[in-house]
Design a protein around this ligand. Sequence first.
Ligand SMILES: [Zn+2]
Length: 219
Amino acid sequence: MQSDDIRNRLVKFFAKDDPAVTMMATQGHFATSQSHINYYIDITRIKVRVSEAIEAAKSLRQKLVHHVTTVDTVVCLDGTEVLGGFLAHEMEKGDFRMNNAHETIYVVQPEENSIHQFMFRENIRPSIEGKYVLVLVATMTTGETVKKAIECIEYYGGKVQGVAAIFSTKNEVDGQPVYSLFNEDDLPGYATYNQHDCPYCAKQIPIEAMVNGYGYSKL
Ligand SMILES: [Zn+2]
């Protein structure tokens, strides 16, 4: 098997407010659907390992408490359902209100249709319609995907209360506050570029991989 040089290069970064929470990242020349970027951020472990997800959930809860007061539903993007489940569990321990009759938080994910629009089917809609919704995303750079998700939730009658992210370069998207464990200050020299205005492309440095909130695919 060919060794994966991206995986081998990954370096650990510790969250400023909570050293128990870590993410991996490496520098290079990468492309997202919206931009080119000089870091690949890997948060797979927070998404797939229970102990890391619990630490991240506790830390996110601290960021959200007293800012977001009511949460009925967590809408998970980028494969963050495991983290979303633990985050909901942490929020149910206190300091957050739930407006639904069952006093428990719903954890759902939107479906993406064939033209990459988000949608919720009939069976999931009761957890969105009239509900107070927190959006959970892995990484947010341009914010376009989160904006699409917010529009979708509002279309189905949900009341978005904010966005929780593992990594985000923005404090706000579509008028919603963003609460993140990591931001670009944690990654020295982090930059995103318009694909027509990318200094790596200008130097004809090849793109190593396509990246999104799920991970990377080498080119
Ligand atoms: Zn480029």
